[in-house]
Write a protein that binds this ligand. Sequence first.
Ligand code: ZN
Length: 297
Amino acid sequence: MSTEPPVVGAIEAGGTKFRVAIGRSHHLLADATIPTTTPAETVAASIEFLRESKHRVEAIGLASFGPLDLNPHSPSYGSITTTPKPGWSDTPLLEMVRGSFDVKVAIDTDVGGAALGERTWGAARGLESFVYLTVGTGIGGGLFAGGRTHHGLGHPEMGHVVVAQEQDDSFEGICPFHGSCIEGMASGPALRARWNHPVVDLLDRWEVWDLEARYLAQALRSITYITAPERIIIGGGVMRQQGLLQLVRTKLGVELAGYGPSELVDSDLEDYLVAPELGQDAGLFGAMVLAQQSLAT
Ligand code: ZN
């Protein structure tokens, strides 16, 4: 019997693009990027890529933007639910993919998928508990604990935690639901709205990144105290700003104010708050892990 890892398909469903790949272990055999337009068009193109490949996939993993219905007992399990993204609410993503293949198809959130990718091949190898947080077009976080990504009533929505308005900031926030939650205050679109410039024009302005780091540190304090992770991996487009990660570590140290486990408060947080090792590929590789895991059950 062959011990070679199975060939699997992976779809990372994002708000601006879908990434589709076929791989074995963490080696890509083929991949493609498809712009996110309508559900019918984008999902069909993803399915076609996997079907037309010369490689036969034994399972498929989906890591998708949300919110998602991840209750396995729900009739709409695997659907994108009430997203503000036009045309995508109530998209039965899992069902659409399942209906086109005769193999197992597994689904998780984009950040849950990225967490699985980082735990298998990246910055969370060997950890029992950690958080994967992305700061980009939106802010989202996945919690890995107890051997799996955590789902309960829905999935964690770490991008919508409350932050206190900083004294030198009058911006009201852009979250359509909450205004000034962390996503409303510190996502890429929030930066653009607060400073009235595209983010590329803000790179040299220290006050922009000082304020950004203070808001992120507030959210990371809540995430730290509520989930007690061994590590937080923080990625996404906004975190590519030079020096921002170190600035956030410094501000998080201030936020914790000496309270918490000694591994945190007596450290420089360099091992606690880290960049993803898989970079922009964490979600895609995570979808491959989902597919591989589905074959093991
Ligand atoms: Zn919100």
